[in-house]
Design a protein around this ligand. Structure first.
Ligand code: NAD
Length: 372
């Protein structure tokens, strides 16, 4: 049984595990369609030399739960291509098109971009089999990093969660770890709601200014390729090392960089009231539990950062950018409210509440389908 793919089977899936080999191009790939009860699965195509079946399954399951948690009419799937994404463009196109052709008949899987693939790759997939998400704007795509879909969703989650922390957004101090695409737009939308950015970090350092940082000016600074810490010399504030973001006193702390940045060893340094997770699994389970015991509210990643997947689903159904923002607002508001109210009523961690909600939605969808 081991390594066959059957070792992953449980009450949710996976429904199909497909190994692909194309001798003509040398393509080696795996597709896992985990669960399609709510609708055709959406999930990224990851390209890296060291991907594995295990990784593919775990990512497919994460997409099942993420799409269900977001309340989308889509199940979860994922695919991996065993190759170096930095290969010459023509070779990459040949490989991606061969992959697309191989999964063309698996109509309950819709590929999207992931590590090692981008919107151009998705345009090749769409051209080959007629479906993909994460497309270039020229062919109907919604550029989610440009419009700030995920950062917008984070700001909506903050707006809901603030009531549980007795927090007003007017003047609330915000600290953002990872002033990239997600972090910048989260800061922008929160500033529009009256909050004050007091610290931001990137891989090269941290900028702190308790008086408040001009978000638009710092975004322009980053767009010119300069690190956040260097902004201080011309515009005020204190430049420091990147780990200092953990110690900054804030009301709202947003991780938007890497996994596992807050763990049992450093969680005691966080001085905040509300954490809304932009990055995927930025905190260890132990750290989340310790924060819960301290009375810090943590809105988990797959509820708060679902703006990207919601945007992809709207794009797939041929919606516009403004429709995408409306759907993100509506779904993240509703889902955050549901997750937090169950957590309160049943004395659960918000992540436990979110997992129960997502799993229950998948099981409900399965009960409504004859094939299950
Ligand atoms: P990005 O590359 O645009 O930005 C990441 C930022 O984090 C960069 O500014 C980088 O310098 C900084 N960074 C890296 N390591 C750091 C560290 N140790 N300390 C502080 N800063 C650090 O990436 P992004 O698209 O903004 O994504 C950020 C995170 O959110 C990732 O974990 C990603 O998986 C997750 N996410 C992104 C989306 C999306 O729509 N882009 C959706 C869901 C989840």
């Amino acid at each position: 049984m081991n390594d066959s793919g059957f070792e992953f089977c449980d009450e949710l899936g996976p429904e199909k595990v497909i190994h692909i080999h194309d001798a003509a191009t040398g393509l080696k790939a795996i597709l896992v369609v985990d669960n399609v009860a709510a609708g055709p699965s959406i999930g990224g195509t990851r390209m890296a030399p060291d991907v594995s079946l295990d990784e593919c399954f775990r990512l497919a399951r994460a997409m099942t739960l993420k799409n269900a948690a977001a309340g989308l009419p889509h199940g979860g799937g994922k695919s991996v291509i065993f190759a170096d994404p930095r290969m010459p463009g023509a070779d990459k196109e040949r490989l991606i098109r061969a992959f697309a052709k191989a999964v063309g008949q698996i109509t309950d899987y819709i590929p999207g971009p992931d590590m090692g693939t981008d919107e151009t790759c998705m345009a090749w997939v769409k051209d080959t089999i007629g479906r993909a998400v994460g497309l270039p704007r020229d062919i109907g795509g919604i550029p989610l990093d440009e419009i700030g879909a995920t950062g917008f969703g984070l700001a909506v989650a903050v707006d809901v969660a603030k009531d549980d922390c007795d927090l007003s957004l007017s003047g609330a101090r915000v600290a953002i770890q990872g002033f990239g695409s997600v972090g910048q737009h989260a800061a922008r939308f929160l500033a529009e709601k009256g909050a004050r950015l007091v610290a931001a970090s990137d891989s090269r350092g941290c900028l702190i200014n308790s008086e408040g940082i001009d978000v638009a000016a710092l975004m322009a600074w980053k767009a010119s390729g300069k690190p956040v810490a260097d902004y201080a010399e011309q515009h005020g504030g204190q430049p420091t090392h990147r780990e200092a973001i953990i110690d900054v006193a804030s009301d709202i702390w947003i991780p938007a960089a890497r996994p596992d940045v807050i763990n049992e060893a450093n969680v005691h340094r966080l001085d905040t009231r509300l954490v809304v997770q932009g990055a995927n699994i930025p905190f260890t389970a132990g750290a989340e539990k310790m924060l819960h015991e301290k009375g810090v509210l943590v809105v988990p990643d797959f509820i708060a950062n679902a703006g990207g997947v919601i945007c992809a689903a709207v794009e797939y159904h041929e919606g516009s950018e403004s429709q995408a923002m409306n759907v993100i607002e509506e779904k993240i508001r509703y889902n955050t409210e549901q997750v937090l109210s169950r957590a309160r009523a049943e004395n659960l961690l918000p992540r436990e509440s979110a997992n129960i909600q997502a799993r229950q939605r998948v099981l409900n969808a399965m009960a409504l389908r004859r094939t299950y």
